[in-house]
Design a protein around this ligand. Structure first.
Ligand code: GRG
Length: 297
């Protein structure tokens, strides 16, 4: 399948996938018997905002490897975004990053109180695995395991524990790489792998997709660190300068702006090379990596 690569902005490339992700989230987010107040908080945390990068990656990769709309990819897209939304809600809590602004709006605990924010996060996380698991069958089970591993104690949660200095982490760029491979890149890698798995991609393709996701995830985090320093609250939808002010380890703090920018470019090149290894199927993934490397929000 030849993939269109004409898009000039990340928003333009993501738009059709993000629209579909929003539609699917509306459809699957709330389990009917949920208390209304919890459903309201879940909707606040998961709908109306965000770039929908991760679900778009699932859908785009599924499309690259498949010929038609695939329900498993659709469920995986919803599941990965729900896990991402839960992680943002919990990360914003006073016990973690203590942030007041997310996606340009008050954070969940500011809006609903801490107890409801914690519970809404719990509900988003568990709902993710219900939506994915309910597809049934071996393929769905493999996707559940993929997502659980990426989000769990040897993945995103490990990255968060390291980022919060709750475990030993090597100093310097090595430690930063460990944190961001787990906190950020693991879920992005899982997103592209799940899209490819849902479409029945073979092992060599899955390996290339995994390399792509890992490099893209690290590049994404580097650009996030750069934007924390150079972006405005309007551009990034959260408090700028927060990471640096909080004494957080960031690539900019360790490397300075120029070397951090150079590393982002290098990782974008790595992602592009992995996309090229997929042949024509990788065209859109390559373009997405280029545009993500240049993003301003
Ligand atoms: C609570 C287990 C646990 C983990 C939290 C996601 C996370 C881990 C922390 C959020 C802070 C942060 C800078 C994470 C790195 C990943 C990242 C840049 C998240 C923001 O992702 P975007 O830009 O957000 O895709 P939107 O709002 O567009 O979905």
């Amino acid at each position: 399948m030849t993939q269109e690569t004409q898009c000039n902005s990340l928003a333009e490339l993501l738009a059709p996938y993000a629209r579909e992700a929003n539609r699917l989230l509306e459809q699957w987010l709330v389990e009917p018997a949920s208390p209304a107040a919890l459903a309201e908080a879940m909707r606040y945390c998961a709908l109306d905002g965000g770039k929908r990068l991760r679900p778009s990656l699932v859908l785009l990769t599924g499309e690259a490897f498949g010929d038609k709309a695939n329900e498993l990819a659709a469920r995986a897209a919803v599941a990965v975004e729900l896990v991402h939304c839960y992680s943002l809600v919990h990360d914003d809590l006073p016990a973690m990053d203590d942030d007041k602004l997310r996606r340009g709006r008050p954070t969940a605990h500011v809006k609903f109180g801490q107890a409801m924010a914690i519970l809404a996060g719990d509900a988003l996380l568990t709902r993710a695995f219900a939506v994915l698991g309910e597809a049934g069958g071996e393929q769905a089970a493999a996707l559940v395991a993929e997502l659980a591993h990426a989000a769990g104690p040897a993945g995103m949660v490990a990255g968060q524990v390291a980022d919060m200095d709750l475990c030993e982490v090597p100093g310097g760029v090595e430690g930063l790489r460990y944190i961001h491979l787990n906190k950020t890149a693991a879920l992005i890698r899982a997103a592209v792998r799940m899209g490819a798995m849902a479409a029945g991609a073979d092992k060599p393709a899955l390996d290339a997709v995994g390399r792509y996701g890992r490099a893209l995830g690290l590049a994404f985090q580097l650009v996030d660190d750069l934007l924390d320093v150079t972006g405005s609250a309007e551009q990034i939808g959260k408090t700028p300068g927060k990471d640096l002010a909080a004494g957080k380890r960031t690539y900019v703090e360790h490397l300075g702006l120029d070397r951090a920018r150079a590393l982002a470019d290098e990782l974008t090149g790595e992602a592009a090379a992995a996309a090229d290894a997929l042949g024509p199927r990788g065209g859109k993934l390559r373009r997405l990596a280029e545009l993500l490397g240049q993003r301003s929000h």
